[in-house]
Design a protein around this ligand. Structure first.
Ligand SMILES: [Zn+2]
Ligand SMILES: [Zn+2]
Length: 270
């Protein structure tokens, strides 16, 4: 059967608006299906600003969903032990919780504002070595640590210059080579992690625009600032000392968290 636009239009006419919006923001529709979904929503009067508002609402509610499994609602790692619970959701730690909340706010920030901020981040001094001449990016690292009954693989990004990023990736490759092998899953995970680290140490060469990883960090930085402003505005409504407090909150929002390494994806393997 050929999956034509007409086929999807007929399918989507049987589906309510909320489900259609959720499917669009999940980003798993083909171009034809996406076009058909937009067509059906337009038939129902959901167009222009209304459509944009509804898509933002659907994207936010998808971040607020909680799986029935024991996986972190942000990164998908197992949270069998020591989960952090917040408003009906579970996270592997407070970093994932903060990132989920920032990603929710970040949906409201226009793409061109994020791009401008990412470009300004690229030419700021490196947060690690302080050198201004090396372009700042968000390089990733991959580590595998074996223990008696299994192995744990981690990946994450750090905001730093390419030179620091390459050094960091080589260090992670050495860690994998030393402690990654000593379990059955480690035997399979370690070579892949070492290759990814070595690739990462060269990946950022020749990039003239912010990578998607840096764009994500830029969006979160702006979301953190927006959140601080909102908290400042909320406290201004009830406290005579609020303007000073709001300024302090905004200043602290511009400072990245101490632990810049993302708890990105953690997948314990037993
Ligand atoms: Zn997590
Ligand atoms: Zn550096």
């Amino acid at each position: 059967m050929k999956l034509t636009r007409e086929f999807f239009v007929d399918e989507f006419r049987q589906v309510d608006n909320e489900t259609l919006l959720q499917r669009i923001v999940a980003n798993r529709l083909s171009d034809v299906a996406r076009e058909a979904a937009a067509f059906v929503l337009a038939e129902r009067g959901v167009v222009g600003e209304q459509l944009e508002r509804d898509l933002v609402g659907a994207a936010k509610s998808s971040i607020r969903t909680s799986s029935v499994t024991n996986q972190c609602d942000h990164c998908g790692a197992s949270v069998a032990l020591g989960a952090v619970h917040d408003e009906g959701q579970k996270f592997c730690n407070t970093i994932c919780l903060e990132r989920a909340r920032l990603d929710e706010i970040g949906i409201e920030i226009p793409g061109n504002a994020v791009r401008d901020h990412a470009r300004s981040m690229r030419f700021a001094p490196c947060p690690r070595c302080g050198v201004r001449d090396n372009t700042v990016e968000a390089p990733a690292t991959y580590t595998v640590v074996s223990y008696l009954t299994g192995a744990r693989s981690d990946s994450g990004t750090a905001i730093c210059c390419r030179r620091c990023g390459a050094r960091h990736a080589r260090g992670a490759a050495i860690v994998c080579a030393l402690v990654g092998w000593w379990s059955l899953p480690g035997l399979f995970l370690t070579p892949a992690a070492i290759v990814q680290n070595l690739r990462e140490s060269r990946r950022l060469d020749g990039h003239h625009e912010p990578t998607p990883e840096l764009m994500l960090e830029a969006r979160r930085a702006l979301a953190r600032r927006l959140l601080a402003e909102r908290r400042g505005a909320a406290s201004a409504a009830w406290s005579p000392r609020a303007p000073r407090r709001a300024r302090a909150a905004r200043d602290s929002a511009d400072t990245p968290p101490q632990r810049s390494r993302d708890a990105g994806r953690r997948s314990p393997c037993r």
